[in-house]
Design a protein around this ligand. Structure first.
Ligand SMILES: Nc1nc2c(c(=O)[nH]1)N[C@H]1C(S)=C(S)[C@@H](COP(=O)(O)O)O[C@H]1N2
Ligand SMILES: [Mo]
Length: 315
């Protein structure tokens, strides 16, 4: 499989020293799962993972589409911006600090994560609240495994997530126009966070995550709208109260905390009944229009989490 190359990065822009350091960083740790073969892009390297039973039987979106049509406002608001503006972002070295209402708060580096948590490949649907969708082969591990490691206290009811803040490497955080308040934050109820479908992803298409997809580690909750899938996570905090989430804070009448995919509840400005599958045989708008499924097709597995809630009231 050809290696993915971040667009618009010339080999000459990476100094040999950077390269050497990031390579050594990858190879020197106990991260046996990573075998670096690229000479010029240490952050796009093969990542081995066991296949899993979590796979939808639908055509997988091309890697080209999944890595060039992105939402990652830290790198700009256009779909092509994250791939074009993220070459200077350094996903390694990286640590995640996990704390709050837990017995064993800790800061874990990426090598330890790759070594301690067995990686699986999972092919999930991805449905953006903007009514487009993809099918993506993620590599990652269940968030519940990380939560087990820190031992949440009985008082913990929610999990809060934070994206890194690095204005020097993320042009969307440093320009005149700042589209969001940083850091980007998200949250899940603890039972949602512990659900077996909830993944911390470290790769896609057999490789470590490209910067534009949330390197080196991001959240994937396939039954929720894509904005819940917070990228480039540096902090995870167990809390008693529902944590803030970026889009809900910005426009609470348009984006909810739960954000479960629900074709019966329209966004105030557009229908959520159908979606445009990116890259599929196109109509006028460059993608096949298909019906959106309740919980994005994962109702069998997750509907039980919301028993007793009137889902028409939540978006
Ligand atoms: N930190 C951060 N995470 C983010 C976003 C963002 O702008 N910043 N965009 C979200 C949205 S709206 C979507 S649809 C998905 C897109 O993920 P993808 O680009 O890997 O397909 O990332 C989500 N995670
Ligand atoms: Mo989205």
């Amino acid at each position: 499989m050809p290696l993915y190359r971040p667009p618009r990065i010339a080999a000459s822009e990476i100094t040999p020293k950077d390269l050497y350091l990031s390579r050594r960083h990858l190879l020197g740790g106990a991260a046996a799962a990573i075998a670096l073969t690229a000479t010029e892009s240490a952050w796009a390297s093969p990542l081995s993972a066991k296949p899993s039973a979590y796979r939808v039987d639908e055509k997988v979106t091309s890697k080209q589409d999944a890595t060039t049509y992105n939402n990652f406002y830290e790198f700009g608001t256009g779909k092509a911006d994250p791939a074009q503006n993220s070459a200077a972002f350094k996903p390694l070295p990286w640590t995640i600090t996990v704390g709050g209402l837990v017995n064993k708060p800790q800061t874990i580096d990426m090598e330890t994560i790759l070594k301690d948590f067995p990686m699986e490949e999972r092919i999930y649907r991805m449905r953006c609240v903007e009514a487009w969708s993809m099918v993506i082969p993620w590599i990652g591990f269940p968030l519940s495994a990380l939560l087990d490691r820190v031992e949440p206290l009985g008082s913990a009811k929610y999990v809060a997530f934070e994206t890194v803040v690095r204005p020097k490497e993320m042009p969307g955080q440093s320009g005149f126009f700042q589209p969001l308040d940083w850091p980007y934050v998200e949250g899940l109820r603890l039972d949602e966070a512990r659900h077996p479908l909830t993944l911390l992803a470290t790769g896609l298409y057999g490789e470590t995550l490209p910067n534009q997809n949330g390197a080196p580690i991001r959240l994937v909750t396939p039954w929720k709208y894509g904005f819940k899938g917070i990228k480039s996570i540096v902090k995870i905090t167990l809390t008693e109260k529902e944590p803030p989430s970026t889009w809900n804070r910005l426009a609470p009448q348009e984006y909810g905390f739960y954000a479960n995919v629900n074709p019966a509840v329209d966004h105030p400005r557009w229908s959520q009944a159908t979606e445009r599958r990116i890259g599929e045989a196109s109509g006028l708008f460059g993608g096949a229009r298909m019906n959106t499924l309740p919980f994005n097709g994962y109702a069998d597995q997750v509907a039980g989490l919301y028993a007793g809630m009137d889902l028409r009231k939540f978006y």
